[in-house]
Design a protein around this ligand. Sequence first.
Ligand SMILES: NC(=O)c1ccc[n+]([C@@H]2O[C@H](COP(=O)([O-])OP(=O)(O)OC[C@H]3O[C@@H](n4cnc5c(N)ncnc54)[C@H](O)[C@@H]3O)[C@@H](O)[C@H]2O)c1
Length: 252
Amino acid sequence: MSLNPKKLEGKVAVVTGASRGIGRDIALLFASEGAKLVITARNEELLASLADEIKKAGHETPLCVALDVKDSEKVDEMVDKTLDKFGRVDILVNNAGITRDGLMLRMSDEDWDDVMDTNLKGAFICMRAVAKPMMRQRAGRIINMASVIGLIGNAGQANYAASKAGIIALTKSAAKELGSRNILINAIAPGFIDTEMTRALGDDIKNTILKSIPVGIFGKPIDVAKTALFLASDESNFITGQVITVDGGMVM
Ligand SMILES: NC(=O)c1ccc[n+]([C@@H]2O[C@H](COP(=O)([O-])OP(=O)(O)OC[C@H]3O[C@@H](n4cnc5c(N)ncnc54)[C@H](O)[C@@H]3O)[C@@H](O)[C@H]2O)c1
């Protein structure tokens, strides 16, 4: 027996929104832990360059599928391609997400729908697509990316907060439905993580947020990726329907 066995050796993992930020670090960490990857996002070029990086690091070349998580036909096709290439699907990380911030009184229907459809419906579409093969396997892990904003709300983010609170309820409902088939479903609620999504915020807002974080620093994508690895691995065999905050103590 190896002294340091890889935590996801031979497991097949689908990661959505893998082209950058948190999803990218999850893909890189999972690959280094022996997973066979299916990486998806909308940008084909960024996916190809990530696949190249993973291959050059000596890991199995990922299957790249450019898609929009709102498109249920494309998501179903992606799962078919995954089964054709790897024969199974062990892990889904529902990470794709967007913000369209604005005060509620001025929020357009379009900004509401875009966020709900991408963050919440997209996650549902992907979960439904992998649930069948996971039920046949009688094994599976689903990790949904929520947010602390889904727990506490935020002025200017009514759409985003509602989508992330929805993700938490979806996680718990699906965990109850699929637990008897050994499909474990949990959510991660990151706090402020330094990615392109949060880099768009002004310095004033960032400084205010920083003051609310007890450890006094912003998180890094790898901090979230390590929690996803825990939830995807055998180290969390008896955990389902939970929300793990990764936020430096921002919400407690
Ligand atoms: N950065 C943070 O502070 C933070 C905090 C809490 C939660 N989150 C959540 O973590 C996840 C990743 O965030 P990030 O900061 O890495 O963001 P990001 O903007 O850097 O990356 C988002 C990824 O999602 C993909 N994506 C967006 N819409 C898509 C769609 N319709 N179809 C397919 N892919 C799509 C993008 O292509 C990209 O790969 C999101 O769900 C986000 O809400 C982030």
